[in-house]
Design a protein around this ligand. Structure first.
Ligand SMILES: [Zn+2]
Length: 110
């Protein structure tokens, strides 16, 4: 077991506040258009100014905001987004949250 004082990522904390991975998966499923395994699951909830699905939860007096694709990736993979990587989409829809279209890659250096 890992030590409990390891800092949780934003996505892990959001999932915890939703009641765990199972509940988070249900919550996400109620907020996207669904479709087949390889279809784009378009986000029906709030979007950021740049067009990505957003997720927020109250955490005591604070408010945690995250991106739906990142939360969807963490729920599907059962682990945090690895440090130094980003979640990328392989499809054309910014609001897609189908984990089959999401992958983590090292953040490129210019
Ligand atoms: Zn897609």
């Amino acid at each position: 077991m890992r030590s409990c004082d390891v800092k949780k990522t934003k996505e892990e904390r959001l999932i915890e506040l939703m009641g765990g991975r199972e509940r988070a998966a249900q919550w996400l499923a109620a907020r996207h258009g669904g479709g087949g395994r390889n279809d784009c699951w378009r986000w029906l909830g709030g979007l950021s100014l740049s067009g990505y699905g957003k997720v927020h939860r109250k955490d005591g007096d604070a408010k945690i905001e995250g991106y739906a694709p990142r939360v969807a990736w963490v729920v599907a993979n059962g682990r945090p987004v690895p440090p130094g990587t980003r979640v990328y989409r392989s499809c054309e829809w910014k609001d897609c949250v189908n984990p089959a279209h999401l992958d983590v890659r090292q953040v490129g250096r210019l």
